[in-house]
Write a protein that binds this ligand. Structure first.
Ligand SMILES: [Fe+2]
Length: 188
């Protein structure tokens, strides 16, 4: 059976949510499970391989982030099974259905790892936010609440990552604006 069929498999349950809604929610949760497993292993990859002057603080921060994601992996998988679904949680299943791109292998320094993670936390945050509305519309306030909790943490972590990058990004943005206005007035 392919992961596709497994991700929407439903067992009989006495839970008071209609089976058609549960099928859709379980499929969405399995998509989240794959992305969360993928993201957690990518954060660990950064935790192990980061190098440079800010090694220690990033090594520690990446580990905290991985621990949070580990907790959410369990929460998401157990919500799948609470709804009567089948949790698709092996590494191969996650790799086959994750929405995230593979982690780059040629990067070395702190800010390169921070950038790579910010580029993965952002689409993950978008997926989680969209899932709040989808599960709410399907009448499952509990899953929407779970997604809301994850969403708050992920937005906070994206902030932590971007706070490392913003000074350089803002300076280069201001630099290019200054260069453009200098060009306009003919300053050389
Ligand atoms: Fe470690």
């Amino acid at each position: 059976m392919s992961t596709n069929n497994l991700s929407s498999r439903l067992y009989p349950s006495r839970i008071d949510l209609p089976a058609d809604a549960r099928t859709k929610i379980v499929e969405l949760l399995n998509q989240t499970l794959a992305a969360t497993l993928d993201l957690k292993t990518q954060v660990k990859q950064a935790h192990w391989n980061v190098k440079g002057a800010d090694f220690y603080q990033l090594h520690e921060m990446f580990d905290e982030m991985a621990d949070e994601l580990e907790e959410y992996i369990d929460m998401v998988a157990e919500r799948v099974t609470a709804l009567g679904g089948y949790a698709c949680g092996t590494a191969r299943m996650a790799a086959a259905s994750s929405i995230l791109p593979e982690y780059p292998t040629e990067i070395l320094e702190g800010m390169e790892h921070v950038t790579a993670l910010a580029e993965r936390f952002a689409p993950y945050a978008k997926h989680i936010r969209e899932a709040i509305d989808t599960t709410d519309e399907l009448g499952d306030a509990d899953t929407a609440d779970l997604y809301t909790e994850v969403s708050r943490t992920i937005d906070k972590r994206l902030w932590f990552l971007e706070a490392h990058l913003q000074p350089a990004e803002i300076k280069s943005e201001n630099g290019s604006t200054a260069a453009k206005s200098q060009q306009k007035v003919g300053v050389r």
